[in-house]
Design a protein around this ligand. Structure first.
Ligand SMILES: Cc1cc2nc3c(=O)[nH]c(=O)nc-3n(C[C@H](O)[C@H](O)[C@H](O)COP(=O)(O)O)c2cc1C
Ligand code: SF4
Length: 536
């Protein structure tokens, strides 16, 4: 019999109460300091404990769900059964009514996206559901945690999405390096296949490169169509997988998907966590979903806390939990003798100073303070952190990962990273600082995707909020520093520490790992048939 938690079970939040241990299923206690992944354990006592701690387990089960039998024993499949009864139109109505917003970073309303994709369905080709599991944002490890804990939930969510938009296949896109998640998923898919769950919708895993842009929705579709992850031109609903646009074989840049005979449908791309919310939502209904969270940000969010906290971890919290409480609950607060000064939501949004840690973790509240929720992966900084080095590290990561299709994004981005690095190394001047300000104002000009805006938002926020961090370097009153390691998380150790992907530090702006950078933009170097077309 399974000890897995029913994915539809919500635990209301009482975040003001603090506990330092969890009750295990067998009655023993586990110190939460020792948990690599902050989740609650099975059983009614654990739910009480979770309630006291402010944790929830709607999508992130406390123990890995070992088999399809265990999943079904715990209520798995109820969402898909309810969706089948409702039919596609009513499913979309229910998702819209729930207010579920995409957890991939942008917070786009899921029901609206589904309705649009369903409306562009083609008579010529069935649609495809793409599960975005390419997680590569520094500070974020929640999708991999979800896939490790319960791949069945994510696949059930994808099957519900497929039913809603009339898709006959679903593809879970993972980075090639995610071997553990791939094994979990493939085993789960084989079980689901054998049990007949996939008779109408084929589900498979697609592997992609390590680039950050592989996670960008249209970069991901490019990879599925056999090309490097170079984002397509906005607006959002372009051809999907196997595009049969006006010029098949060319990057599907500009053509909008068209409904009707002969037109290729857009693919529905949703984040892993977004889809993991669907089984519970459909089984229990929109009102149940809205019982947690706020009117504009209903439900829960799976939050990653890393950086200068006592522990690094991933946990599910109610949307609306104050940021400081999330940091305390998951990260156990500052290291002894230190004071937290700021946190950054991945590398996507402006830094939040500690004075604003009472801000509720919601899309609207984070926006109201001039930041954003992103993928709810918070990198925390304390009084020992060199914020100028943080700006340099984030800037370098983004400049290297820029594909160079838009010249300002690549060139201004690299210039910003270089000037910030010089300042931190004690070799900078006022001229460099004003150069950073100038380039920040132009880096996002004509940007095809959000990455250039991320460069602008992150660097601008540190300049505005912590000007003394740069002044100290210019006055040589601060020890010189290398750019801070703002890198993707390779793994989370059992001891509650994030292991960063250090190989990223050797990556050149041309996306090679050569000793020197060629100076060519990846978009030129790796263009289809180009001389160095070595993209996996
Ligand atoms: C540079 C960049 C990287 C991104 N990486 C990811 C990612 O790893 N996973 C993800 O789900 N979304 C990522 N996104 C957001 C996706 O483009 C897209 O909004 C998301 O997959 C849509 O799913 P949702 O509506 O369920 O959130 C990224 C966006 C940008 C600009
Ligand atoms: S904004 Fe930057 S990352 Fe995005 S497409 Fe343009 S060059 Fe590439």
């Amino acid at each position: 019999m399974s000890s897995a938690i029913d994915p539809r079970t919500a635990v209301p939040s009482l975040p003001q109460v603090r506990k330092r241990s969890l009750i295990n299923g067998d009655g023993t206690r586990t110190s939460i300091d020792a948990l690599w992944c902050v989740v609650v354990l099975a059983g009614p006592e654990a739910r009480v404990e979770a309630m006291l701690m402010g944790l929830v387990t709607r999508v992130l089960s406390s123990e890995p769900v070992a088999s399809l039998d265990d999943y079904v024993d715990a209520g798995g499949g109820g969402g898909l059964a309810a969706a089948r009864k409702l039919g596609p139109r009513a499913v979309i109505d229910e998702v819209e009514a729930s207010g579920l917003r995409g957890r991939g970073g942008a917070g786009f309303p899921t029901g609206t996206k589904w309705r649009t994709v369903a409306g562009l369905a083609s008579a010529a080709l069935p649609s495809t559901v793409v599960v975005n599991g390419a997680e590569g944002e520094p500070g974020t490890f929640k999708d991999r945690t979800l896939l490790r804990a319960n791949p069945f939930l994510v696949v059930e969510g994808a099957l519900i999405a497929a039913l809603a938009v009339g898709a006959d296949r679903a593809v879970v896109a993972l980075k090639e390096s995610f071997t553990r998640e791939r094994a979990r998923l493939e085993t789960a898919i084989a079980e689901l296949q054998a049990a007949g769950w996939l008779d109408e919708v084929a589900v498979g895993v697609a592997l992609g490169p390590g680039e950050y842009l592989f996670g960008e929705e249209t970069g991901l579709l490019e990879v599925l169509d056999g090309r490097p992850p170079f984002p397509r031109i906005s607006p959002p609903y372009r051809y999907g997988v196997d595009e049969t646009g006006f010029d098949p074989g060319e990057p599907a840049g500009t053509e909008m998907a068209q409904p009707g005979p002969g037109g290729a449908p857009p693919a529905l791309v949703n984040n892993v966590e977004t889809l993991a919310n669907l089984p519970g939502l459909l089984a229990e209904g929109a009102d149940w979903f809205r019982a947690l969270g706020t009117a504009e940000s209903p439900g829960t969010v799976v939050c990653t806390i890393t950086g200068a906290t006592r522990r690094h971890g991933v946990a599910e919290i109610e949307l609306g939990t104050p940021l400081g409480e999330a940091i305390q609950l998951i990260g156990l607060g500052p290291r002894p003798g230190h004071r937290l000064v700021a946190a950054m939501s991945g590398v996507a949004n402006p830094v939040v100073p500690a004075e604003q840690f009472d801000t509720p973790v919601t899309y609207e509240d984070m926006l109201a303070i001039g930041s954003g929720l992103g993928a709810a992966g918070f990198i925390v900084f304390d009084d020992e952190t060199d914020l100028a080095a943080v700006a340099a590290g984030a800037s370098r990561f983004l400049a290297v990962e820029s594909c160079g299709q838009c010249t300002p994004c690549k060139q201004d981005g690299l210039a910003i990273a270089e000037m910030l690095t010089r300042i931190c190394a004690g070799e900078g001047s006022d001229y460099d600082l004003s150069g950073v300000t100038d380039r920040v104002s132009t880096v996002a000009t004509g940007a095809r995707c959000f990455l250039a805006h991320q460069q602008q938002r992150v660097v601008d926020s540190v300049l505005r909020l912590f000007p003394e961090a740069f002044d100290r370097h210019l006055a040589a009153s601060q020890p010189t520093a290398q750019p801070e390691a703002i890198l993707p998380i390779a793994d989370l150790s059992a001891g509650g520490r994030a292991e960063l992907d250090l190989a990223q530090q050797d990556k050149q702006p041309d996306w090679s790992y050569d000793d020197t950078d060629s100076g060519a933009a990846p978009a030129d170097r790796l263009a289809e048939g180009g001389p160095d077309d070595d993209t996996p």
